[in-house]
Ligand binder design. Structure first.
Ligand code: 5GP
Length: 202
């Protein structure tokens, strides 16, 4: 029997560096897959249907909610986002490790109704640094930045119930820490036993 895949849930306030950390994680572990969520948000330039997201209408999204097709869903910045149950079930069944980049409301819903995920929260080193990063990187208006900071202040309170917390101060260190979490879960005896059975008589 194939051992179950790891479901790795990553959340972070905007500006904590989650996207860059994810990119490095996929380079380190090319066999890890990214969950493709459903969203009602309009595609940004260059975003292709089925790659970053499945782009659906409000009506389609609501139908999926009614049909209980989502393992979790949430409203983020005025748009709906959701992870389809089949995405998680197929990955698990096929022993594929899957990363979910989802907000804390969705992560909490998932934790309440889906067993066995590994929850990682990524933090900036300080609120001052978060502000600096947001002001530095974006062309957003000051009120948008203030809204992101207010939201980050609330989101950071959720870090306590995650399994792991990574403080993204030194990017290389944060990458190593995230990779260590994946490696530790891949070395669980429940994951290793199939391989061990091929190497030894057990
Ligand atoms: P963006 O629109 O910038 O790609 O994503 C905005 C936010 O939505 C990010 O914080 C991301 O983590 C969150 N998000 C993306 N997909 C999902 C999802 O399936 N469920 C939930 N709850 N949040 C999501």
């Amino acid at each position: 029997m194939k051992s179950e895949g790891l479901i790795l849930i990553l959340s972070a306030p905007s500006g904590a560096g989650k996207t860059s950390l994810c990119r490095e994680l996929f380079k380190t572990f090319p066999d890890i897959k990214e969950s493709v969520s459903y969203t009602t948000r309009t595609p940004r330039v260059g975003e292709i249907e089925g790659e970053a997201y499945h782009f659906v209408s409000h009506a389609e999204f609501e139908d999926m909610v009614k049909e209980n097709s989502f393992a979790e869903w949430a409203m983020v910045h005025g748009n709906m986002y959701g992870t389809a149950m089949y995405t998680l079930e197929e990955a698990r069944k096929n022993g594929i490790d899957l990363v979910l980049d989802i907000d804390c409301q969705g992560a909490l819903r998932l934790k309440e109704q889906f067993d066995g995920g590994v929850y990682v929260f990524i933090l900036p080193p300080s609120m001052a640094e978060l502000r600096r990063r947001l002001e530095h990187r974006s062309t957003d208006a000051q009120d948008v930045i203030e809204r992101r900071i207010a939201r980050a202040t609330e989101e950071i309170k959720e870090a306590r119930w995650y399994d792991y917390i990574i403080i993204n101060d030194d990017f290389a260190v944060a990458c190593q820490e995230l990779a260590s979490i994946v490696t530790a879960h891949r070395r669980k005896s429940s994951r290793m036993i199939e391989k061990v059975g091929k190497l030894f008589v057990i």
